[in-house]
Design a protein around this ligand. Structure first.
Ligand SMILES: NC(=O)c1ccc[n+]([C@@H]2O[C@H](COP(=O)([O-])OP(=O)(O)OC[C@H]3O[C@@H](n4cnc5c(N)ncnc54)[C@H](OP(=O)(O)O)[C@@H]3O)[C@@H](O)[C@H]2O)c1
Length: 262
């Protein structure tokens, strides 16, 4: 058995669309069984049906809202009740909201933190130990190029993705030698429904496809890297941003996502 392939089971959060859906399609095509998680059960059931028919794999669906302080634990409880051993976890569910903190409802900040940070951390903390015990497994956390810099108008989002990146890099070293691989994948602008919530102003540069993000992630996981940025242009900007003078970096990021005035 190889992780993310035949004989293994991968749990993907945010599998109903975009990058999570592309991960599900790729893993099913490689013969891997899946547990798909998101809020929209009907969408997940239709995808599960397609993948089972096309690839002969087993796909379970858990409809679950990851917003809320205990949402990650509640999902882990549901997984435990199914008695499915999860060999790999892809923490992909996430959202970004464009808008200044002083003008936004508090729920906008707390939801981004709950889904992007709290649920990701809780699921990792609860699903990693059995992987370590079995001596094999994989965890892919979906961060963002926004995690390399402070992005005004998306302060909570960029901070949440910095967390994901730092958390995952540290974890990568903690699990060394256990047989578990850990990776943060950092997409730049990618063509998904993300911008339905984040708004078009949040889109910087040309968009890549979810399939390209999955390619980058799986290649980097095989290479044993702690993190990877999808796309050369995105990699260059992510390398440069932390090396610029602080104010220059913040001002450039602000300009790139500045709200357009009608
Ligand atoms: N697209 C980009 O440009 C881009 C760039 C950098 C990073 N990312 C990251 O990539 C990841 C995937 O996003 P995407 O681009 O594929 O966007 P997307 O198409 O909007 O997908 C987001 C997924 O997250 C799920 N989700 C959102 N809120 C949830 C909640 N409260 N509970 C459970 N599931 C929830 C959604 O499912 P339901 O609505 O069915 O719940 C959906 O499956 C996110 O972490 C995002 O931050 C995206």
């Amino acid at each position: 058995m190889r992780t993310l392939e035949t004989g293994s089971t991968t749990l993907i959060t945010g599998a109903s669309s975009g990058i999570g859906r592309a991960f599900a399609q790729r893993i099913a095509a490689a013969g891997g069984d899946l547990v798909l998680v998101a809020r929209r059960e009907d969408v997940l059931l239709a995808l599960a049906d397609d993948l089972e028919r096309l690839h002969g794999v087993r796909v379970r669906v858990i409809a679950h809202d990851l917003d809320g302080p205990d949402a990650g634990r509640a999902l882990a409880d549901k997984v435990r009740d199914t008695r499915i051993p999860v060999d790999a976890l892809i923490n992909n569910a996430g959202l970004g909201v464009h808008g200044d903190l002083a003008m936004a409802p508090l729920a906008s900040a707390t939801t981004q933190i709950a889904v992007n940070v709290t649920a990701l951390t809780t699921l990792t903390a609860l699903l990693l130990p059995p992987m370590v015990t079995r001596g094999r497994g994989a965890i892919i956390n979906v961060a963002s190029t926004a995690g390399f810099q402070a992005v005004p108008h998306m302060a909570v989002y960029s901070a949440s993705k910095s967390y994901v990146l730092t958390f995952t890099r540290a974890l990568w070293r903690e699990v060394r030698g256990t047989g578990v691989d850990v990776l943060a994948v950092c997409p730049g602008a990618t063509d998904t429904a993300f911008f339905d919530t984040a708004g078009e102003a949040a889109s910087v540069g040309s968009r890549r496809t979810p399939e390209q993000v999955v390619d980058s992630a799986l290649r980097a996981l095989r290479a044993g890297r702690p993190s990877v940025v999808d796309g050369r242009g995105n990699a260059l900007v992510s390398w440069l941003a932390p090396r610029l003078p602080e104010r220059v970096a913040i001002n450039l990021a602000e300009r790139s996502v500045r709200p357009t005035t009608e």
